[in-house]
Design a protein around this ligand. Structure first.
Ligand code: GLN
Length: 462
């Protein structure tokens, strides 16, 4: 099939279902043209990579020159970036066809995509339920066959948790493996861009395109990466499970985990064991404090990153009635432009960073972060990978946790530790929960720089 045909088929699918799913905020008017140019290059005999001509959906946190980039916020409504995010530029160079920009919680704050200023995305498995978040648009688009591939960003689980609730694959690479240049920053020490797909191999192909050093990002690793697609292919043979030591973290199961999620997880562990893996119980005592530490570190960094939305440099400008000073204009703009969750976190973050409180809140959270990193180091001295359910429950109903921020935050208990430690994590589909027939995922985590190991294990279980 040609890229023009593939692209047209996906645009048709979008036209058919996206009024209900609402995965997209913007459709690329030039998608057909881009696809045609790829077909022409291939017809002319040019050697193109494996993803040339394949459609790609792009989370709206990633800036693009040819489509607006809003990060799900009103404050950036219609804003056009003067440059492409590195991952977008690399995707274009590899011949991927940008289909459009996907919906997300405002500035990637949330676990349900309900905090988008442009209305929620619906889970294609059950339209009354959430698609996860913050990257619910990317995951729902993949799950609803509106696109085969999507880009996401994961600060505390925003690629992996949406993958879990939509029955898709999501990968958070090692911190620094993929450039953050042009990813509108939420929490810079936690943010990482990664792939969303329907198979581990597809995710690997996309990670191969986007990973690698970028001098625009000072935290970008200089490493030469092995092919993740090759690792996925190797994993698919199943051989890799023999002798693999799989750690199961005591703190990432039990209370708060839905029965069916636990049941599917236990079954998969038995399957891994039957294939020759060794299951090892791991105690990670400081994981208990991960969510608390994260919800201090994240708001602290976010409050600083969002200071640039001041009505002068980007997007929206609201002038109070009767005019006012520059301070009044900034205040009126931020009041009108930010949603409630963003305001909540800015207040939390500035409080945690304020004089007199800094040591008690931000300082303590950073200490906990170090202790969690040590828990991981000690775990990985005993096992090759860690496994857990990717999230504690299946997709909850739209509206169910919207008024209860704590309940929403607790949904990230399984995904947050990897971000705090900078290590890679993958969520692979793990069947359906018997009680509600909704998808669940299994998460694997590996030491930093061992992303390929996750692709091997993920593909073996797939
Ligand atoms: N749900 C988490 C939060 O609200 C994760 C967000 C993310 O990974 N961007 O912060």
């Amino acid at each position: 099939v040609s890229s023009v045909e593939t692209t047209a088929a996906h645009l048709e699918r979008i036209a058919e279902v996206d009024s209900e799913v609402h995965a997209f905020l913007h459709i690329n008017a030039r998608a057909h043209e881009v696809a045609a140019s790829i077909d022409a290059r291939r017809a002319a005999g040019e050697e193109l990579g494996p993803l040339a001509g394949v459609p790609l959906a792009i989370k709206d946190v990633l800036v693009t020159t040819d489509m607006p980039s809003t990060s799900g916020s009103k404050i950036l409504e219609g804003w056009m970036s003067p440059y492409d995010a590195t991952v977008v530029a690399r995707s274009r160079a590899a011949g991927l066809v940008p289909l459009g920009k996907t919906n997300m919680d405002e500035f990637a704050m949330g676990s349900s995509t309900e905090h988008s200023a442009y209305g929620p995305t619906h889970n294609p498995w059950d339209l009354t339920r959430i698609p996860g978040g913050s990257g619910g648009g990317s995951a729902a688009a993949v799950a609803a066959f509106e696109t085969p591939l999507a880009l996401g960003s994961d600060t505390g689980g925003s690629i992996r948790q949406p993958a879990h609730v939509t029955g898709t694959v999501g990968v958070k690479p090692t911190y620094g493996a993929v450039s953050r240049y042009g990813a509108i920053a939420l929490a810079s020490s936690l943010d990482q861009v990664g792939p969303c797909s329907r198979s581990v191999l597809d995710a690997g192909l996309l990670q191969d395109v986007i990973a690698g050093h970028d001098h625009h990002d000072s935290t970008s690793l200089p490493d030469a990466w092995p092919s993740m697609a090759a690792a996925a292919r190797e994993g698919a043979t199943g051989q890799v499970l023999k002798g693999l030591r799989v750690g199961v973290v005591k703190q990432l199961q039990g209370e708060g985990f839905q029965t069916g999620v636990t049941q599917r997880f236990t079954e998969s562990l038995a399957l891994l064991e039957a294939q020759g893996a060794e299951i090892v119980e791991i105690d990670a005592p400081h994981f208990e404090y991960a969510v608390a530490a994260y919800y201090l570190i994240l708001p602290a960094e976010a409050s600083s990153n969002l200071a640039k939305f001041d009505s002068v440099r980007f997007g929206l400008r609201v002038t109070p009635e009767g005019g006012g000073t520059v301070d009044h204009v900034m205040a009126a703009t931020r009041e009108a432009g930010f949603g409630p969750e963003v305001k909540r976190r800015i207040i939390l973050g500035t409080y945690a960073l304020s004089a007199g409180y800094y040591d008690a809140y931000y300082g303590s959270a950073q200490k906990v972060r170090t202790l969690i990193q040590r828990d991981f180091a000690s775990a990985f001295s005993r096992v090759d990978v860690l496994a857990s359910p990717s999230a504690p429950t299946t997709a909850f109903r739209l509206g169910e946790k919207l008024e209860d921020p704590m309940a929403m935050y607790l949904n990230d208990v399984t995904t947050i530790p990897a971000n705090l430690a900078g290590i890679p994590g993958i969520s692979v589909p793990n069947g359906l929960a018997p009680e509600d027939g909704l998808p669940v995922g299994i998460q694997f985590m590996a030491p930093a720089r061992e992303d390929a190991r996750l692709y091997r294990v993920g593909a073996a279980l797939e």
